[in-house]
Design a protein around this ligand. Structure first.
Ligand code: NAP
Length: 250
């Protein structure tokens, strides 16, 4: 009988995870490593990235990278290829929030969120696609959000950036399919991390009341979806958005 899901599915793969130093990115790095991949844990905070890399089992490295700066991204990708030989999987996870109602949102808050959350994905895809095209294989997975499709008061900048990721994902899926590179997004709902710890208790409870499964998601819930999309088991899936939200949006 054909084996449906392979064990150690990512053996011999190299994955670069942005914002891998904590939160969801850290869980994604750990899950990809547990599935057999060697990791380049990329983060603007290289100390956090190094701590994660040190705990991973199989010769993983840390990379200092500010995703909003093309030069920093290019250097990080080059370092990864130099040290680990290639990049098979790119996970665009780095993201920030700068919340505020539109009337009070500064141009700086708009620009910072768009520069990191959306232009950062563009920068990383552009740099990582070159070695993937050479190898004629690749997986790109970007972390969007339920807010990208549903919107959220006080998050116009964040919602626009996360919606932008979906258009970028679908366009790249079409551009790169012929090179055997799949491009997908994961859209988490309400996940317990430092990002959501910052929310006032009232806002947390309001979010939770919208989750049919009745609990916040964990970073590992998101990480398992990423491992699936990164694996051979997902080789016929491209241009899709996988929601990991406990039923918050259907
Ligand atoms: P987090 O705990 O704030 O972690 C984000 C990581 O990205 C941090 O390590 C951060 O470094 C790093 N980072 C920030 N700016 C960067 C830059 N310019 N270049 C490289 N790395 C940078 O966030 P999280 O909750 O794990 O979220 C991860 C992703 O999931 C984000 O894209 C977020 O929008 C998305 N998401 C989260 C939720 C949720 O409920 N938590 C829901 C939907 C989507 P520093 O520590 O130095 O800032």
């Amino acid at each position: 009988m054909e084996q449906i899901l392979s064990d150690r599915r990512l053996r011999d793969s190299v994955a670069l995870v942005t914002g891998g130093g904590r939160g969801i990115g850290r869980a994604i790095s750990e899950a990809l490593a547990a599935a057999g991949a060697r990791l380049a844990v990329a983060d603007i905070d290289v100390v956090a990235a190094q701590e994660v890399a040190d705990e991973l089992p199989n010769g993983s490295i840390s990379v200092q990278m500010d995703v909003s700066r093309p030069v920093s991204v290019q250097e990080g990708v080059e370092r990864t290829v130099e040290r680990l030989g290639r990049i098979d999987i790119l996970v665009n996870n780095a993201g920030i929030t700068r919340d505020g109602l539109l009337m009070r949102m500064s141009e700086d808050d708009w620009d910072a969120v768009l520069d990191i959350n959306l232009k950062g994905v563009f920068n990383c895809c552009k740099a990582a696609v070159r070695p993937m095209i050479k190898a004629r294989r690749g997986r790109i997975i970007s972390i969007s959000s339920v807010v990208g499709t549903n919107g959220n008061p006080g998050q116009a900048n964040y919602a626009a950036s996360k919606a932008g990721i979906l258009g970028l994902t679908r366009s790249l899926a079409r551009e790169l399919a012929g090179r055997n590179i799949t491009v997908n997004a994961v859209a988490p709902g309400f996940i317990a991390t430092e990002m959501t710890d910052k929310l006032p208790e009232g806002a947390r409870q309001a979010m939770l009341s919208q989750v049919p499964l009745g609990r916040p998601g964990t970073p590992q819930d998101v990480a398992r979806a990423v491992v699936f999309l990164a694996s051979e088991d997902a080789s016929y899936i491209t241009g899709q958005v996988l929601a990991v939200n406990g039923g918050m949006a259907m």
